[in-house]
Ligand binder design. Structure first.
Ligand code: HEC
Ligand code: HEC
Length: 335
């Protein structure tokens, strides 16, 4: 870490200590936080996994997508050793590790995270992440300082297996490729008590083919608008995320002010518009399901890398409803 970065982080840490000392003398205001902290159970909806949902055997017939001249098959879409590149003109050349991975264990980064780094609710968007942050995360996954909670599911199992054998050159190439991509605005956040009926949902929510509605409850339900487009791994697939009524204003207050000591204002470290600052990653406009998982992971010590300590004062007093509100608000911002 350069001297400048170290100095910046020290300054921020001092700010936080000062802020939490000041707020100690004041009562929690307005009930914006229930401050139940780590007492809530795993929010299973953010770690979705239903292995009983059957996936039909993939066809080898050619498939096309609106807006693309390329043809692939469903069989290729299920193969994690190839990143389906529907819009080759829209991004720089991919390093081989991103496009194809390396057999037998390293799956193509671009297969899960999509060629333009847009990701999905079941993994992470990578477009525009700072190189230093990216490299640190891979080191944390390798050392076990970053582990993924919830049931062992194909997304986490293959991510863990893929990072193990990466060389420094692979990591650098992947980090630089994803850092150079433009973040896309793909998620519409909608407050609602009632949502389209979900299921059958395996790794991410989909609308039920039977129609109907169900109550949202204390969840965020993020669904691809066109499931086939998303499952065919098109980086242009869009999402609707349903969030509890009142989440956006509650999340905005927490994010901007820290909610009288419930948390720490996010812009101190993530930048004025939460698009990232130096080695601190951008969070604006990213999947609210992903954001929720990360807040949970920080609070439960599953992200314990060197830089993760900076997130500790932000998450330690958050209730799960606070996390839902923060994830909803941050996801609604322009990336
Ligand atoms: C099988 C799917 C899969 C593959 C293949 C995959 N990943 Fe991931 N990746 C994930 C999942 C799942 C997460 C973490 C999601 C979470 O914590 O909620 C993740 C997270 C990450 C993160 C953390 C992002 C952040 O904002 O902190 C980085 C960086 C990353 N992956 C890089 C890579 C690289 C590089 C490769 C290729 C060598 C790769 N991934 C291959 C599924 C995958
Ligand atoms: C004191 C500085 C600081 C403050 C304040 C802060 N963060 Fe962070 N945040 C970080 C750092 C540093 C990381 C990277 C942690 C790591 O390397 O594990 C991070 C990571 C994250 C991540 C994971 C991003 C990813 O790509 O996986 C999320 C989500 C997040 N912060 C949300 C928030 C929210 C929401 C707030 C405000 C309520 C906030 N942060 C306030 C420093 C901060």
């Amino acid at each position: 870490m350069t001297f400048f970065k170290t100095a910046l982080l020290h300054a921020l840490t001092l700010l936080i200590i000062a802020a939490s000392t000041i707020s100690e003398g004041f009562p929690q205001s307005g009930g914006s936080s229930t401050a139940t902290g780590a007492t809530d159970a795993l929010p299973a909806w953010a770690f979705l996994w239903d292995p009983t949902v059957q996936v039909p055997p993939p066809s080898e017939a050619p498939v096309t997508l609106a807006g693309s001249n390329v043809t692939y098959s469903w069989k290729q879409a299920r193969d994690l050793f190839v990143a389906l590149d529907w819009h080759p003109e829209a991004h720089p050349a991919m390093p081989d590790i991103v496009a194809n991975g390396r057999k037998p264990e390293i799956r193509a980064c671009g297969a899960c995270h999509r060629v333009e780094g847009t990701g999905g609710p079941e993994n992470a968007s990578l477009a525009g992440l700072p190189v230093a942050y990216f490299v640190q995360q891979i080191a944390d996954f390798k050392s076990g300082a970053r582990v993924m909670s919830g049931p062992l599911r194909p997304s986490t199992q293959f991510m863990s297996a893929s990072v193990k054998g990466l060389t420094d050159a692979d990591i650098r190439a992947a980090a630089e490729y994803f850092a150079g991509l433009t973040r896309k605005s793909l998620i519409k956040v909608v407050e609602s008590d009632t949502i389209p009926k979900t299921g059958p949902s395996r790794l991410f929510y989909v609308r039920s083919p039977d129609g109907g509605t169900e109550p949202l409850g204390r969840r965020i339900v993020e669904m691809p608008d066109v499931v086939d487009q998303f499952e065919l791994r098109d980086s242009r697939a869009t999402f609707t995320a349903f969030v509890p009524v009142g989440s956006l204003s509650k999340g905005e207050a927490l994010a901007r002010t820290g909610g009288s000591g419930a948390t720490v204002a996010c812009n101190l470290c993530h930048g004025a518009d939460l698009k990232g600052l130096d080695a601190v990653p951008g969070i604006a406009g990213r999947s609210p399901t992903y954001l929720m998982r990360q807040l949970y992971e920080f609070q439960h010590g599953s992200r314990s890398g060197a830089s993760s300590a900076l997130m500790r004062p932000t998450v330690e007093k958050l209730s799960q409803d606070d996390m839902i509100a923060l994830a909803a608000y941050v996801a609604s911002l322009d990336p």
